[in-house]
Design a protein around this ligand. Structure first.
Ligand SMILES: C[S@@+](CC[C@H](N)C(=O)[O-])C[C@H]1O[C@@H](n2cnc3c(N)ncnc32)[C@H](O)[C@@H]1O
Length: 282
């Protein structure tokens, strides 16, 4: 990793950065921020996820890395990191950042759905931030992640969960808040699904409630499922948390416009992913 910034390489870095289009706005080296639209604070996210500062020797996969802020932070903590994304890394800024940081993160341009074509059960940790609600097949993605994690390996995820906001299929906000909050935090595993767009974004498909996300993870072979709201580490779900607690949090989120983001973790069980229909015994 780059450890000393001189005036000369500061200029060179700015020149390199300005040649590509960035998605994330992050401090790539001290005092230099990439000009993306989405602020990324890897240290803050990993603190909330309770990821250790020292990841020496661990094999970590980051899915949906885009231009890499999270992957490079993992590498700086001593991990062997593989990043995957569907984008071309030479146009997103990933390769530029890799060069600036003199990084060894390996980037593979592929989809989460195809992980088993590239990897065995080899990762200690998978980071899956900001992706599951952008997928048409989230269950398949979680199964693929399970296939490449070692038994007892941990998945850390972040994303949008249905907590207090929904739209109709024309994009109009639903105003029956009581109904929304009751459904979002009931024991009914329910998900929103939009064939066109949600929150004006055509890349949003499924927005599960916490109970539904928990069920997806269990089906994909995970246990010790822990889901927190985006308000620090406020614990909201393992499939058993109290409705009243989630309800109050939702009101808070709603009143203070906190959005519906969650972070969480889940541990891969020793066992197999459930198939859709078992063989019928005679
Ligand atoms: C909203 S961005 C999140 C970026 C970053 N992980 C974060 O949390 O800020 C979603 C990322 O997921 C990637 N992505 C979408 N579909 C994917 C797929 N099928 N397989 C792998 N990555 C995918 C996108 O290209 C994009 O980089």
């Amino acid at each position: 990793m780059l450890d000393k910034i001189t005036d000369q390489n500061h200029e060179e870095i700015l020149h390199m950065i300005n040649k590509v289009k960035w998605y994330h706005k992050y401090e790539i080296v001290p005092g230099v921020i990439t000009p993306g639209q989405c602020p990324a604070f890897p240290k803050r996210l990993f603190k909330r996820m309770e990821l250790p500062d020292d990841l020496s020797g661990l094999n970590i996969l980051e899915i949906g890395s885009w231009d890499g802020p999270y992957s490079f932070e993992l590498e700086s903590r001593g991990a062997n990191v593989v990043a995957i994304d569907i984008h071309d890394p030479s146009t997103t800024g990933f390769n530029t950042a890799k060069k600036i940081l003199n990084s060894n993160v390996q980037y593979i341009r592929t989809s989460v759905y195809d992980l088993s074509d590239y990897f065995d059960e080899q990762f200690d940790i998978v980071i899956f931030a900001g992706v599951f609600y952008h997928l048409k097949h989230p269950m398949l993605a979680f199964e693929q992640i399970s296939n490449v994690l070692k038994t007892t390996g941990t998945l850390f995820f972040e994303g949008e969960c249905f907590a207090h906001y929904a739209e109709n299929t024309e994009g109009k906000k639903i105003r029956n808040y009581l109904l929304l909050i009751m459904l979002a935090h009931s024991k009914i595993p329910a998900t929103l699904f939009y064939s066109d767009s949600f929150q004006n974004d055509k890349n949003n498909w499924y927005i599960p409630n916490v109970e539904c996300l928990t069920e997806w993870l269990k089906t994909a072979g995970f246990t010790k499922i822990r889901i927190c709201s985006n308000l620090g580490n406020t614990f909201i779900g393992d499939g058993r948390s109290k409705f009243i607690r989630k309800f109050i949090l939702s009101i808070y989120h709603f009143l203070f416009k906190q959005g519906q983001r969650v972070i969480g973790s889940a541990v891969k069980m020793d066992g197999v992913v459930k198939i859709e229909h078992g063989i019928i015994e005679k």
